[in-house]
Ligand binder design. Structure first.
Ligand code: KIV
Ligand code: ZN
Length: 509
């Protein structure tokens, strides 16, 4: 049976999603979860893009032992040197270099003739070989490139030492039958194609990222590039969880295996959503809130009689926690630790202590604490790391006769600052106070509240999107008190903005 290499690019292409950004500690948390998930390759970033990207790739390269760690480089020596500096201590490093091959990109973006592009590609692979034998070459915009030229360039880079050749559908333009034909043509026409793994990298502009990847695998591709929750540039990339569960669920038709530990899929999905601020749509395949919900009476009746009537895979198989009602104020430290392990978290003793204190605080306010509540609490206390601003205290007054006002206390770099503001409503007053205290000038684009579980005592999860100049970020916060959740979300977004301002990409892919 053929083994498919899962190349995860959540930390590189995924981070290019509009509004997404992760700081270095958040990236390491995601990388560790990807390692638990069993991906083969983690593309950790684009080191030349910014100091932050470089440091993140370096840290991940040093910490991750069980996956290959790849860094992205354009086809030039400076970018390749930077990848290698970042991956100096990685256990299994990979250099991923790319150049555009479509007429439209070569003419307008690169302003280079095809022969020059081919020469640059070969020179890049030859140069990368001075560092490692593990080299991936991508022909950007391959699906809008001329097949003859693609075959020439792939033959040349394989001769130069590339061990993986990637055929990206950069703009999500192809359709399954056409993509499969392209893979077949490359397999038939490129000399020594057997010396390299054929990889595919599909964007989802037409919603075909996963379908195209599967068609390519059936035509002979053996590496798929994907992201958790399908995040990525524009409409995103092929979703890792969908590909993996298609291989597993339709094994009768797709006789391929992966190294993915499927029960780690849901924890990975939650973590990526929490650190990027990008919510998973409820009807998202495999990991959406409704993916295993049966609404119609006929369906419910069928599932009660025999699950397989309407369930093609089980929630357990992707790690969706089953025993929803967890604990209350009498639950002890031991039970709490067992619970968070069952939910897929791997926390240090110190982190367990922080989370347990927050759990005790929550269980004083809320009788029944559910798995989702614990998830949200860990996200707020452990995962979303407050780099610059930290909420210390919030008090809000509002009502049908009161003029809404908010008093906020924030810690910033060890200093406590406090202030109050009036507003049109409690959220307005809260955000105005935070804005004044932090001296920030961002614009609020969207504000959303969602209840995490049922009941009036449920935790509220707030998501905000802010923009400052050309930077957009998303922030999340959760609490039984909506105003506290709102303040946390706003401050989380401000922290992301600060991080982004100091790590503005010098170059973009
Ligand atoms: O979409 C794309 O072409 C890419 C390449 C850099 C692989 O992300
Ligand atoms: Zn891409």
């Amino acid at each position: 049976m053929s083994r498919i290499i899962i190349f995860d690019t959540t930390l590189r292409d995924g981070e290019q999603s509009p509004g997404a950004s992760m700081n270095i500690e958040e990236k390491l948390l995601v990388a560790r979860q990807l390692e638990r998930l069993g991906v083969d390759v983690i593309e950790a970033g684009f080191p030349v893009a910014s100091e932050g990207d470089f440091e993140a790739v370096r840290l991940i390269g040093r910490e991750i032992r069980d996956c290959e760690v790849a860094g992205l480089a354009r086809a030039n020596r400076g970018d390749i040197d930077r990848v290698w500096q970042a991956l100096d201590r990685a256990a299994n490093p990979r250099i991923h270099t790319f150049i555009a091959t479509s007429p439209i990109h070569m003419r307008h973006k690169l302003q280079k003739e095809p022969d020059q592009v081919l020469e640059d590609a070969v020179a890049a692979v030859e140069y990368a070989r001075k560092y490692t034998d593990n080299i991936e070459f991508s022909a950007e915009d391959a699906t809008r490139s001329e097949v003859d030229f693609l075959c020439r360039i792939f033959a040349a880079v394989i001769a130069a030492g590339a061990t993986t050749i990637n055929i990206p559908d950069t703009v999500g333009y192809t359709v399954p039958s056409e993509y499969a034909r392209l893979i077949t043509a490359i397999r038939e026409r490129v000399p020594d194609i057997g010396k390299a793994v054929i990889s595919v990298h599909c964007h989802n502009d037409l919603g075909l990222g996963v379908a195209n990847s599967l068609a390519a695998v059936e035509a002979g591709a053996r590496q798929v590039e994907c992201t958790v929750n399908g995040i990525g540039e524009r409409a995103g990339n092929a979703a890792l969880e969908e590909l993996v569960m298609a291989f597993r669920t339709r094994h009768d038709r797709l006789e391929y295996e992966t190294g993915i530990v499927t029960t780690q899929i849901y924890p990975a999905s939650r973590l990526v959503s929490q650190v990027t601020g990008i919510r998973v749509q409820p009807n998202k395949a495999v990991v959406g809130a409704n993916a295993f919900a049966h609404e119609s009476g006929i369906h419910q009746d069928g599932v009660l009689k025999e699950k397989s009537t309407y369930e093609i895979m089980t929630p357990e198989s992707v790690g969706v926690p089953q025993n929803k009602l967890v604990m209350g104020k009498h639950s002890g430290r031991h039970a709490f630790r067992d619970k968070i392990e069952a939910l897929g978290y791997d926390l240090s003793d110190e982190q367990v202590e922080i989370a347990f204190t927050a759990f005790k605080r929550l269980s004083d306010k809320k009788k029944d604490v559910y798995d989702e509540d614990i998830d949200a609490l860990i996200a707020d206390e452990i995962i979303r790391i407050p780099h610059h601003f930290k909420l210390v205290y919030i008090n809000v007054n509002s009502g049908s006769v009161a003029v809404p006002n908010a008093t906020i206390r924030i810690e910033t770099d060890g200093e406590i600052i406090q202030g109050a503001e009036f507003g049109d409503g409690p959220v307005d007053a809260t955000f105005k106070a935070i804005k004044r205290l932090t001296g920030t000038g961002s614009k609020l684009l969207t504000y959303e509240v969602k209840s995490i579980t049922g009941g009036t005592d449920a935790l509220g999860e707030v998501t905000v999107r802010l923009r400052e100049d050309d930077l957009t970020v998303m922030g999340q916060g959760a609490d039984p008190d909506i105003m506290t959740a709102s303040a946390r979300a706003y401050i989380n977004a401000l922290n992301k903005l600060e991080y982004k301002k100091h790590n503005k990409p010098r170059v973009r892919v």
